[in-house]
Write a protein that binds this ligand. Structure first.
Ligand code: FES
Length: 327
């Protein structure tokens, strides 16, 4: 069976595999993030054809389903299919691979966040776009997803910022057992959270917690590749609960960057308080001329999308990568 996209690209559907996976096997990348039905990034409208649910579509609202939307990570095809979505051309040229890697260093960034630097063999480096993530594969095949926190470096090293998850199996490894030179495997790059071409003059970056990691990678890309930075203003909002959640200071002298840390559980904080989406609204940016990239909790992403679109942002100018945690 065949799946056709709106830019006339088509590919073969694999039996009992998700549409997203069939596309990937054909070297075609569709918009996605979690691949588990929880973030909603892969939502698309079916123009014609039928599909089967093979994984629960947790983030698909009843009204979306009634209007013909599906999640491509959760459905296999039943008949030939036509979807109202194009592929993400250049991303398809970067292949997802599984690579061996070793821990180069480990360093605490706060009480519950550790920075892990990984090195891959010089012959098999990870090729990726800033903003994408990798799956780390530990003992017994346990795997967890982490955004890469740096733009590609000359030495090929990859930095992750890992938050402690109470009772988390992989967390236990990172915070108690991991040591320099440990051998691990990573699969990547994954996800489609990366800068897109835009005519907008304002770039608004939103992060909560370790959602700052891919945003940091994107800022590094903007600062080292001036041709990519077509924005007059870049506004970064980073939300945490307490002061130590803001464990990194963005210093990019070449960028027109304004940084606003926002704390939600520190009444004595002298800076901005509350939630980042409210802070963006309070700052009255002209959202009609903005593009927004948001990474962090599902709650922030849903509420930011709703509030910013209501305040004038074009819904298609909102890109998100939701962190869905697992134990
Ligand atoms: S819901 Fe499909 S990629 Fe997240």
């Amino acid at each position: 069976m065949n799946i056709k996209l709106k830019n006339d690209t088509s590919f073969a559907a694999l039996d009992n595999r998700s549409i997203l996976e069939s596309a990937r096997q054909a070297g075609i990348v569709l918009e996605h993030s979690c691949r588990t039905g929880r973030c909603g990034v892969c939502k698309v409208k079916v123009i014609s054809g039928e599909t089967d649910v093979i994984q629960a579509e947790e983030s698909l609202r009843v009204e979306d389903e009634a209007n013909g939307f599906i999640l491509t990570c959760c459905r296999a095809v039943k008949t030939d299919l036509q979807l109202d979505i194009g592929d993400l051309g250049e991303l398809g040229s970067i292949q997802t691979k599984t690579l061996p890697c070793r821990i180069d260093s480990l360093q605490p960034l706060s009480d519950d966040v550790v920075e892990v630097v990984l090195r891959t063999p010089p012959t098999s480096r990870l090729e990726y776009l800033p903003g994408q993530y990798v799956d780390m594969i530990g003992k017994d095949g346990l795997r967890r997803s982490y955004s890469v926190a740096n733009a590609p470096r000359e030495d090929g090293k990859i930095t992750l910022q890992i938050r402690k998850v109470e009772q988390g199996k992989m967390s236990q490894y990172w915070f108690e057992d991991a040591k320099a030179n440990d051998l691990l495997r990573m699969e990547g790059p994954l996800g489609t959270f990366c800068l897109r071409k835009s005519n907008a003059k304002q770039l608004i970056l939103l992060a909560t917690g370790t959602g700052i990691a891919p945003i940091k990678a994107i800022l590094e890309q903007l600062s080292t590749t001036p041709v990519v930075n077509t924005y007059n203003h870049i506004h970064l909002y980073w939300g945490g609960r307490i002061e130590q959640d803001i464990y990194w200071q963005p210093v990019f002298e070449s960028l027109p960057l304004t940084f606003t840390p926002v704390l939600s559980r520190t009444p004595e904080w002298q800076g901005r308080k509350g939630y980042i989406q409210d802070a963006v609204i309070d700052d009255s940016h002209d959202l009609r001329d903005a593009v927004v990239y948001a990474c962090g909790s599902e709650a922030m992403i849903h509420s930011a999308h709703e509030q910013l679109v209501a305040a004038g942002l074009n819904s298609e100018h909102f890109y998100a990568d939701a962190f869905v945690s697992s134990n």
